[in-house]
Design a protein around this ligand. Structure first.
Ligand SMILES: *[C@@H]1O[C@H](CO)[C@@H](O)[C@H](O)[C@H]1NC(C)=O
Ligand SMILES: *[C@@H]1O[C@H](CO)[C@@H](O)[C@H](O)[C@H]1NC(C)=O
Ligand SMILES: *[C@@H]1O[C@H](CO)[C@@H](O)[C@H](O)[C@H]1NC(C)=O
Ligand SMILES: *[C@@H]1O[C@H](CO)[C@@H](O)[C@H](O)[C@H]1NC(C)=O
Ligand SMILES: *[C@@H]1O[C@H](CO)[C@@H](O)[C@H](O)[C@H]1NC(C)=O
Ligand SMILES: *[C@@H]1O[C@H](CO)[C@@H](O)[C@H](O)[C@H]1NC(C)=O
Length: 309
């Protein structure tokens, strides 16, 4: 069976009944419900009893069956069980739109709408699944001890989006940095993508790197930025020279202080020494003076003694 992609709600020219389906893909959000539209303009005297509707995949797997006014789900593929339905009150108006619940990435693809009321017609439409990517997280490698001119890698991670993202990088001035990146997109067991993109750059004094994650189906952008600041850098050159200058000044100051101290220390030492000498002399003088009277007195005693004898 051929698959027909038709213009926006233009009648299908294959078969006797004009069938209307959207030309552009229908977008279904992950885990949400979606309606796949398909309808015809019923002629007068149309009876539900004479209507049969089938929704199928291109590989003939049955998504939904409705035969001569009754649901007919014996041949429904188990993948679609309890997830699909027609709007029964709409059928008499020629509206055969299909409800598909709990959208999964694997639901993406072409769906065929088939109708029979004496004559039959067939049309197809496509379903695209979309899931928003998480807000990216950015890492800088290496993250410290950096100097301007160093080569660094900025890595951007974003999760659980569908389909694959378009990754772009920008610097602080909005310049496109998408040249030097490596990006990997890996699907998890649910089919959702984990994206890792690495930008390799030569570091400037302070710059901002932005990772933009574009979802082409949802036409949605999520982004994050990382700014390399002093916290990552060891010594930007200006700071280095200022630091060296300050160190030199400090050293001079210390040397000067040391000289002054030494001079003063020497002076105090001499003074102390001098003072200590004086004290000794004074002590000796006292001793002498203290001894002299003794001598005198003893001499006097001696004299006295000689006198007494
Ligand atoms: C559609 O069916 C009617 C009668 O059931 C028939 O007269 C008509 O020719 C059919 N049209 C086509 C295009 O087969
Ligand atoms: C519907 O089909 C039955 C036979 O199955 C026929 O008798 C009846 O006339 C048809 N109704 C219309 C509106 O075509
Ligand atoms: C569908 O729902 C019925 C009743 O709720 C349940 O018994 C059945 O297991 C379900 N089938 C699937 C494939 O989930
Ligand atoms: C068909 O039915 C669905 C569900 O009620 C509705 O959303 C849609 O607008 C209907 N389409 C037409 C063309 O009436
Ligand atoms: C990409 O890398 C090359 C060499 O490593 C460099 O010359 C060029 O400027 C880089 N492009 C961007 C946009 O950074
Ligand atoms: C940025 O550059 C990349 C690769 O050179 C290109 O594919 C992309 O379209 C550019 N993006 C913008 C916004 O210019």
């Amino acid at each position: 069976m051929d698959i027909w992609i038709l213009p926006v709600f233009l009648p299908c020219l294959v078969g006797a009944i004009d069938l209307y389906v959207p030309e552009l893909p229908v977008i279904g959000m992950l885990d949400k419900d979606v309606i796949l539209p398909c309808w015809f303009n019923p002629s007068d005297g149309f009876s539900l009893q004479n209507l049969s509707v089938f929704w199928k995949l291109p590989n003939q797997q049955q998504v939904y069956g409705f035969v001569l006014g009754q649901n007919q789900l014996d041949n429904q593929h188990p993948y679609f069980r309890n997830r699909t339905g027609l709007f029964h009150e709409e059928l008499s108006k020629g509206n055969m739109s299909l409800l598909l619940q709990g959208i999964r990435p694997t639901d993406e693809g072409t769906y065929i709408c088939f109708v029979n009321i004496h004559n039959s017609s067939i049309a197809s439409l496509s379903l695209q699944v979309g899931a928003s990517f998480s807000k990216p997280t950015l890492h800088l490698e290496p993250s410290e001890g950096l100097k301007p001119g160093d080569q660094v890698t900025v890595t951007c991670h974003t999760y659980n989006g569908y389909p694959e993202a378009d990754i772009q990088w920008q610097n602080g001035e909005g310049k496109n940095m998408t040249e030097n990146i490596t990006t990997s997109q890996v699907a998890n067991e649910e089919g959702l993508f984990h994206v890792q993109s690495s930008l390799s750059v030569i570091l400037e004094t302070s710059d901002t790197y932005s990772c933009l994650v574009y979802n082409p189906v949802l036409q949605e952008v999520t982004h994050a930025s990382l700014t390399v600041t002093g916290q990552h850098l060891s010594f930007p050159p200006v700071a280095l020279w200022v630091t060296i200058g300050l160190c030199f000044c400090l050293l001079c100051l210390l040397v000067a202080l040391a000289c002054v101290c030494r001079k003063q220390l020497k002076q105090t030492c001499e003074e102390e020494q001098a003072e200590a000498g004086n004290e000794e002399q004074e002590e000796n003088g006292e001793l002498k003076t203290a001894m002299q009277p003794l001598k005198v007195s003893s001499a006097g005693e001696d004299e006295d003694a000689t006198y007494l004898e």
